[in-house]
Design a protein around this ligand. Structure first.
Ligand code: BEZ
Length: 256
């Protein structure tokens, strides 16, 4: 459903890793720490962890992105966030703009828990409640006009919902907040939609896709295009800092 092209990503979504730098700062990585980057993408942010002296493993569900990350020198593996193959391995798990793609968030949180050493921390950011609401509403309007139905492929939780999920796993939460972050796109909204709306465009024939994208663009133009022609995407982020208590006995670790 979603194909990741590192070249297209660099052109239309470089801001994703650039705007992930404050999340990295919240992680406060220390030299010598072992860190797992879940959804490392093309590795642009992962390399910053390496530069800080961390021993890093990056995982991503896209083999194309894993290859791009490897080309930057990242120890990257093709792996689903819900099936992380690590047990008590990392001092920290970091994730930027990836966890809203998971199908089963409970499984992903459980997998992160298992990957962390006792006392380890889980710091990240994902799309939160209301993320891209204007664009998604337009997508559904354009789909309905074509008689096409499609389920929402993304998970944008409310803060209370994600807090409950993390706490049910046993995490202690130090910070969790929803932050509206309107974001100026580096290029056209068409380019952004060509890349990110694939879970929807995949539901129609190839020759219908440009017309669909053009309709979505016109629907949101009055709200999301600035007078200078730039596009602002209505991103909302959910950022969190959580830890796995060090006193948690191994026998108490919840199993799937
Ligand atoms: C995001 O919030 O980063 C995002 C979510 C779905 C599609 C594109 C971007």
């Amino acid at each position: 459903m979603q194909h990741w092209d590192p070249k297209q990503y660099a052109e239309h979504a470089r801001f994703v890793s650039d705007l992930g730098v404050p999340v990295l700062q919240l992680l406060a990585p220390q030299a010598g720490e072992t860190v797992l980057d879940v959804g490392c993408g093309d590795g642009a942010l992962t390399t910053k962890l390496i530069e800080l002296g961390c021993t890093v493993v990056g995982v991503d569900a896209s083999t194309e992105m894993v290859a791009a990350a490897k080309s930057l020198g990242v120890n990257a593996l093709s792996m689903d966030a819900e099936a992380l193959a690590f047990e008590s391995t990392f001092d920290a798990v970091f994730s930027n703009a990836a966890l809203h793609w998971v199908k089963n968030p409970e499984r992903a949180v459980a997998a992160v828990w298992r990957a962390l050493k006792p006392g380890g921390r889980f710091v990240g950011e994902l799309g939160g409640y209301g993320n891209l609401a204007t664009i998604i509403t337009a997508i559904y309007t354009a789909l309905a006009a074509r008689g096409v139905t499609a389920s929402n492929p993304w998970y944008f939780p409310r803060p209370e919902e994600y807090r409950k999920l993390l706490e049910a796993q046993g995490f202690l939460i130090k910070h969790l907040a929803l932050n509206p972050r309107p974001t100026r796109l580096p290029g056209s909204l068409n380019g952004w939609l060509d890349m990110f709306a694939q879970p929807y465009t995949a539901a129609m024939a190839i020759n219908e896709r440009p017309g669909f994208v053009a309709d979505v663009v016109e629907l949101v133009r009055p709200t999301l295009q600035e007078a200078d022609g730039n596009w602002i995407a209505d991103y909302v982020r959910l950022r969190f800092w959580a830890s796995k208590p060090s006193e948690f006995a191994v026998s108490q670790v919840p199993r799937e």
